[in-house]
Design a protein around this ligand. Structure first.
Ligand code: PGA
Length: 232
């Protein structure tokens, strides 16, 4: 695990978008695992800006997202599909066919999860971006999730329900799914993440802090700002 400490959210966002752009230049058909939430928003803004300047071409990249609420209506603004299209996909030259999202409207959630695992197996993720929840979750792998977990339907932790204001379940890549990524970048910003960051970096590798399992990855980069790293 490599830990990079930066000053603040702006520096963190710049570093993440620079890594993504560099990797796309090296491999134009890069498969990227994207995340939602507040943490990657600054990096997405940078990617849009650099694309507008003609500095990066997204036409050949493929993407997978970590998770989605379930069930959720197709037109629900809270969906992670809506988040991705509003915050990045509609603003860059990505091909719709290259976007893979868990479908929160799927009737058969088991088949949806199995199909997603198969798609990832066929298109291994080169670079996975993840945030960390205040309770140490990654994607919606809440405390109690195991290292062998695959893409599946999960209950949300009460803390997550409160923070996300979503009363329901979710589909999420499993921890084993995420660990198959060739490279993982975990980002954390702000004081509210300090405890989770400390626990996942210096605590035991344990299912109570699902992010700790990422330490098993051979290629994990953790980018944290001063506040998120304040308890280390
Ligand atoms: P945040 O979410 O980026 O909105 O803090 C992270 C997460 O819960 O995974």
């Amino acid at each position: 695990m490599k830990i990079i400490k930066v000053k603040d959210y702006k520096e963190l966002s710049n570093m993440v978008s620079e890594i993504i752009i560099k990797e796309i230049r090296k491999k134009p058909n890069l498969t990227i695992g994207f995340a939602t939430g507040k943490s990657p928003l600054g990096a997405y803004k940078n990617l849009i800006r650099e694309h507008k300047k003609g500095k990066v071409d997204f036409s050949r990249i493929k993407t997978f997202n970590l998770d989605e609420y379930y069930p959720i209506n197709a037109d629900d603004k809270k969906s992670y599909r809506a988040y991705m299209f509003n915050n990045i996909f509609n603003k860059i030259n990505i091909k719709k066919d290259n976007i893979n999202l868990l479908d929160g409207t799927a009737k058969n959630f088991k088949k949806e999860c199995e199909d997603y695992e198969d798609k990832i197996k066929k298109n291994p993720i080169d670079l996975q971006i993840v945030g960390i929840g205040v309770n140490g979750h990654i994607g919606f792998n809440e405390p109690g999730s195991t290292i062998v977990s695959r893409t599946r339907l999960v209950d949300l932790a009460s803390e997550t329900i409160k923070r996300n204001k979503y009363l329901g379940k979710a589909l999420t890549m499993g921890i084993s799914t995420i660990l198959k990524s060739k490279r993982i970048i975990l980002l954390a910003s702000g004081k509210e993440k300090a405890r989770a960051v400390r626990d996942f970096i210096i605590g035991d590798i344990d299912k109570n802090i699902p992010a700790s399992f990422l330490r098993k990855s051979k290629n994990l980069i953790v980018i944290i700002d001063k506040e998120a790293g304040s308890l280390l």
